[in-house]
Ligand binder design. Structure first.
Ligand SMILES: C[S@@+](CC[C@H](N)C(=O)[O-])C[C@H]1O[C@@H](n2cnc3c(N)ncnc32)[C@H](O)[C@@H]1O
Length: 315
């Protein structure tokens, strides 16, 4: 991710009404570490739930994936690959013929993933690709592989606006062929209190994760955000299933960003919109599949039914 692109996106976001910042910039070296801490939090049930699906249903997934012989897993936004490693290990033990292509915008996290996975699975055929998954789909040469299984885990799709989610999933569909699958994670609608606490943990790690983007603007673009002058404020709306995170200016203030040659005024209690994490029900999952050229083959659930990994096939 170039510094110029970061600068342009920050400029556009802070000039918008309401002000916003893109959550894809959460992930610098510090943001990667903070997200790994979030995944360990008691309140953040999502990772454990999806891991539970992989731990309990790996044979079922293998039967589905290798029914036609060799296959390739392309994981979009792989992060630390910790959950996927469970499957990769199982598939290798079973002698399956497959390769793994993790894609991530963060070169840091991809280096960690590579080291970590190869330490346990030295013979794994792995081709990591650092890049923005909106831009690198065409570089992934789907047509050179007999069967591709795209992975989009962690309910990352919940971070997309609906129009972007449809555009992104449609472009994955266009790169896949009949017989390929998309395995996509969805956080399910549930007790609103449980959802909210996942984004407002008692140790303040999610807060630090959001604040780190202001720090990144200070460090990389010469900003003078006073982090103490902002508050982290997530809210959950059960009508839309959207959990939205804001950083709110506690007092009227002006922030200057040298690289942008610009200053931004904040009113007291003015929010910066940081991220949405939408929660789904099964009808919404089926509608999304249908509107992007897929069909839901099946939904796999964790033991507590908090999360679904939905397996989609190209129609
Ligand atoms: C919330 S983490 C989830 C990681 C992993 N999928 C999981 O379920 O644990 C999102 C990951 O996607 C990556 N990411 C975010 N936006 C991206 C983009 N536009 N292109 C590629 N990777 C992206 C981030 O660097 C981060 O590692």
């Amino acid at each position: 991710m170039s510094k110029t692109q970061f600068a342009e996106d920050v400029k556009e976001g802070l000039n918008s009404t309401p002000k916003r910042l893109s959550s894809k910039y959460f992930y610098d070296a510090k943001g990667d570490k903070l997200f790994q801490q979030i995944m360990q939090l008691e309140e953040y049930y999502l990772t454990r739930a999806e891991l539970n699906i992989f731990q309990t249903q790996s044979q079922h997934l293998l039967d589905l994936f290798d029914s036609g012989g060799a296959f390739r897993i392309v994981e979009l936004g792989a992060g630390d690959g910790m959950k996927t490693k469970v499957l990769l290990k199982y598939f290798q033990q079973k002698g399956a013929d497959f390769s793994y292509c993790p894609v991530d915008i963060s070169a840091n996290v991809l280096e960690d993933l590579k080291r970590n996975i190869l330490a346990e699975l030295p013979h794994l055929k792995m081709e990591p690709l650092a890049g923005d998954y909106f831009k690198v789909l065409s570089e992934l040469k789907f047509q050179n592989h007999k069967r591709n299984i795209a992975f989009f885990l962690g309910s990352n799709i919940g971070n997309f606006r609906k129009d972007l989610a449809i555009a992104f999933l449609s472009s994955i569909q266009q790169n896949l062929a009949k017989g390929d699958f998309l395995l996509i994670g969805f956080d399910l609608k549930k007790d609103p209190k449980r959802i909210l606490s996942a984004y407002n943990d008692s140790q303040g790690v999610t807060r630090a994760f959001n604040m780190n983007l202001l720090q990144r603007i200070n460090d990389e673009l010469g900003g003078d955000f006073d982090l103490e002058a902002f508050d982290h404020n997530p809210i959950y709306d059960p009508m839309t299933g959207e959990c939205r995170s804001y950083l709110i200016a506690k007092t009227p203030q002006k922030v200057h960003i040298k690289e942008l040659n610009a200053s931004y005024e904040f009113r007291a209690w003015e929010p910066i919109y940081m991220e949405v994490s939408k929660k789904y029900d099964l009808d919404e999952i089926a509608d999304l599949a249908e509107s992007t050229g897929f069909r839901v083959r099946e939904n796999l659930f964790d033991q507590e039914q908090l999360f679904a990994d939905s397996i989609w096939e190209v129609v």
